[in-house]
Design a protein around this ligand. Structure first.
Ligand code: PLP
Length: 380
């Protein structure tokens, strides 16, 4: 549903641009900055290596898997074995594959709402039922696991989690992940933690799901280089954790999309090993942008979440606005600012807007000022 909304919005933006109107697009989830230069240079060299011209080893090159092991040890103090790691081309493929590998038509998959669009299609194809866990502001956007009915727990086969969270920018705590692991173990539910914004966390390092004791007995974590290394176009991601789930995922990917281009693997290995300062600078850039946006919104008495991570800001619309989609459409057509209405991420997002920080500070400030002006004059 959300994807459909974005496609319609993009067609609308294209139409406006065609008629010469400049649109400030604060709706995208695509990083605006280029991949770090040393990573691009590494890829150029890797292109000359003939080994990379043949089929790559399924599940990842041994050297890349060794680097992932060291990366998780260095960043999160989590020890991994080789059979607890698999590499693939972007996390979207894995998020779609997992419900088909882990759930069946008699089962239930638990998803957060609001949430990233990428979880639904795999669930539909698996035939399982989707049961949505509301993420509410008063609970810091963490699901209330204890409120999941017994009948649902009995049928649940897997659960998606995602922190730092798209679209709210909320973070998880170690205590929450401990609780989720216990819930997974008690109810035999496979937990898949989508760690897409792992590194974009402002107050402290975002916890890894695997840092919780016994996490590997019940789940996996998916890490992508799309956002934290500005490598969205390269399609590079990996999963770590429970060896049985990793084995299933590897088999599924091998028989569908196949292996990941060797050049992408070599560049990813290099990025994970060396780009520590670059990642910090990227985080600081997003922090600067977040502060600019939040300050402007707060100065104008708008209710906005602090956004402890991701490159999104979650704005609560004033009470007088009851239809976030209608408002977003009107904002685009009349004030030429594109944002995504909260309800595009599920029912619990109704009444909010997601503002993306993938534009420079000056563009963000202009977009937010236009949004504030339009909010003052808007009548439903
Ligand atoms: C929460 C979340 N998970 C996964 C993805 C997809 O990442 P990838 O580029 O690795 O497919 C996105 C992309 O927007 C996302 O926001």
């Amino acid at each position: 549903m959300g994807e459909k909304y974005l496609a319609i919005q993009q067609a609308n933006i294209n139409q406006l641009k065609k008629s010469g109107i400049e649109v400030l697009n604060l709706g995208r989830g695509n990083p605006d900055l280029p991949t770090f230069a040393p990573v691009v240079e590494k890829a150029k060299t890797a292109l000359d290596n003939k080994v990379n011209h043949g089929y790559p080893p399924y599940g990842g090159k041994p050297a890349l898997k060794e680097t992932i092991k060291q990366f998780y040890q260095r960043e999160y103090q989590v020890a991994l074995e080789e059979d607890e790691i698999t590499v693939f081309s972007g996390s979207a493929a894995a998020l779609t594959a997992l419900p088909m590998a882990l759930a069946d038509p008699s089962g239930v998959v638990l998803t957060p709402t609001p949430a990233f669009f990428g979880y639904h299609i795999g669930i539909t194809m698996s035939g399982a039922e989707e049961w949505q866990m509301p993420l509410l502001e008063r609970n810091d956007y963490l699901p209330e696991l204890e409120k999941i009915p017994q009948a649902v727990r009995e049928r649940a086969q897997m659960m998606f989690l995602n922190y730092p969270h798209n679209p709210t920018g909320a973070g998880a705590t170690h205590a929450f992940f401990d609780k989720a692991v216990q819930f997974g173990l008690d109810n035999h539910i496979a937990i898949v933690h989508d760690f897409a914004y792992a590194d974009i966390s402002f107050e402290h390092q975002a916890p890894s799901f695997l840092q919780s004791k016994r996490a590997k007995e019940t789940g996996i974590e998916i890490y992508t280089l799309s956002k934290t290394f500005n490598m969205a176009g390269w399609r590079s991601a990996f999963a770590v954790g429970n060896a049985s789930i990793i084995k299933l995922l590897k088999a599924y990917i091998q028989n569908s999309v196949g292996g990941t281009f060797g050049v992408v693997q070599d560049a990813s290995q290099y990025a994970l090993e060396t780009q520590i300062e670059e990642r910090k600078q990227l985080r600081d850039t997003y922090l600067d942008r977040r502060n600019t946006v939040i300050q402007l919104l707060k100065t104008n008495q708008l209710s906005v979440s602090q956004s402890s991570g991701t490159f999104f800001v979650w704005l609560k619309l004033p009470e007088k606005i009851t239809d976030d989609r209608r408002f977003a459409k009107s904002l685009l057509n009349n004030a030429h600012v594109a944002v995504v209405p909260g309800s595009a991420f599920g029912d619990a997002g109704q009444g909010y807007l997601r503002i993306s920080l993938v534009a420079d500070t000056a563009t963000l400030a202009s977009g937010i000022n236009q949004l504030i002006t339009y909010l003052k004059q808007y009548r439903e």
